[in-house]
Design a protein around this ligand. Structure first.
Ligand code: ATP
Ligand code: MG
Length: 260
C-alpha cells in the first residue's frame, strides 16, 4: 500500500525576480512501513522536500497524496497531525522553559484530545523514558534524552509518518545507535512510515529501504540499500557520494554496518 505519493513537486522561495527554484519535478512513492532516504549535498533541497510533506512549506506545486488523501497546501489540523517532523536539534522543537509534560500536553490540547495524562505517560514509555521526565526541563536532560522527547512529541498525536531531518547528527556516536534502534523499533511497533534525511551513509544503510539521491533540487537517482552496498548505481553523482563514504558502504555487508 502506498503511504506517500509525490508527483512533479516544485518549490520556489521568494517571488518574482527574486524567486529561487529549489525543487523541480520531484516524484516518488513511499510504501506503508517503508523508510525512504534522502541524501545529497548541503542546499540541494532535502529539508524542503520534508517541509512540503509536513505542510510547513505552502507555496509548492505538483501533487502530494498522503494515505490516499490529496494534500492541499492548506491542510486541516487532523491532516497535519498525520505526519510529524523530527529535527537535528531537539532544542528547535522543545520549548526551553516548558517542562517536558507541558511540551507534550500542548499538541493534545490543540487537537482537543482526551485521556491526555495517560497519553503522555504512554508516549514517554514508548521512547524509553520514565514518567518522572514529565516534570523535567530540557536543560536537565542529556542530548539523547532530549532527542527522545522530540520523538515523543512527534508521536504524541499518533501520526502515520515521521519526517526525520538528520535526527542523530547532533548526537555523540554512542548515542546515535541508541536513537536509530529506537526509531527502528517504533517503526515496527507503531506501523510507521519514515522519510529520513541524513548525510551519514551508515545511518542511511541502517534504516532505509530505498534512497533518493538529490542534486540541485532534483532526484538524480532512486536506488535501494542493496544496490548502494553493491556499488551498483547509475549516476556519477551517486558514485561520488559513495566514494566519499567508502569506509562505511560497500566494504561491509548491511547487517554488520556499525553505526558509531
Ligand atoms: N526559507 C527560505 N527562504 C529562501 N531560501 C531558502 C529557504 N529555505 C531554504 N532555502 C534555500 O533552498 C535551498 C534548499 O534548502 P534545503 O534546506 O532544502 O537544503 P538541504 O538539502 O536540507 O541542505 P542541508 O543539508 O544543509 O540541510 C538552499 O539553496 C537554501 O538556501
Ligand atoms: Mg536540511
Amino acid at each position: 500500500m502506498t503511504m506517500i505519493k509525490v508527483e512533479n513537486l516544485a518549490v520556489s522561495y521568494g517571488h518574482g525576480h527574486n524567486a529561487l527554484k529549489v525543487l523541480r519535478d520531484v516524484s516518488f512513492e513511499v510504501a506503508k512501513g517503508e523508510t525512504f532516504g534522502l541524501v545529497g549535498e548541503s542546499g540541494c533541497g532535502k529539508s524542503t522536500v520534508l517541509g512540503a510533506l509536513a505542510g510547513r512549506i505552502k507555496n509548492w506545486s505538483g501533487s502530494i497524496v498522503i494515505d490516499g488523501e490529496g494534500a492541499d497546501p492548506k491542510r486541516t489540523k487532523s491532516q497535519l497531525a498525520k505526519q510529524q517532523m523530527v529535527f537535528q536539534d531537539p532544542f528547535g522543537s522543545i520549548h526551553p522553559r516548558h517542562t517536558i509534560g507541558r511540551t507534550l500536553l500542548e499538541p493534545l490540547e490543540i487537537q482537543g484530545m482526551d485521556r491526555r495524562h495517560e497519553r503522555i505517560e504512554e508516549v514517554l514509555r514508548d521512547v524509553g523514558l520514565s514518567h518522572n521526565f514529565r516534570y523535567r526541563f530540557p536543560h536537565q536532560l542529556s542530548g539523547g534524552q532530549r532527542q527522545r522527547v522530540a520523538i515523543a512529541r512527534a508521536l504524541i498525536l499518533k501520526p502515520r509518518i515521521l519526517l526525520l531531518d538528520e535526527p542523530t547528527s547532533a548526537l555523540d556516536v554512542s548515542i546515535q545507535a541508541e536513537i536509530l534502534n529506537l526509531l527502528k523499533d517504533l517503526r515496527e511497533r507503531e506501523n510507521l512510515t519514515y522519510v529520513l534525511v541524513s548525510h551519514d551513509m551508515a545511518v542511511i544503510a541502517h534504516l532505509c529501504d530505498r534512497i533518493a539521491v538529490m542534486h540541485d533540487g532534483i532526484f538524480v537517482e532512486v536506488t535501494t540499500r542493496s544496490s548502494l552496498f553493491r556499488g551498483d548505481v547509475a549516476h556519477p553523482y551517486t558514485r561520488n557520494l559513495l566514494d566519499g563514504s567508502r569506509g562505511y558502504v560497500a566494504t561491509k555487508p548491511p547487517r554488520e554496518v556499525a553505526v558509531g
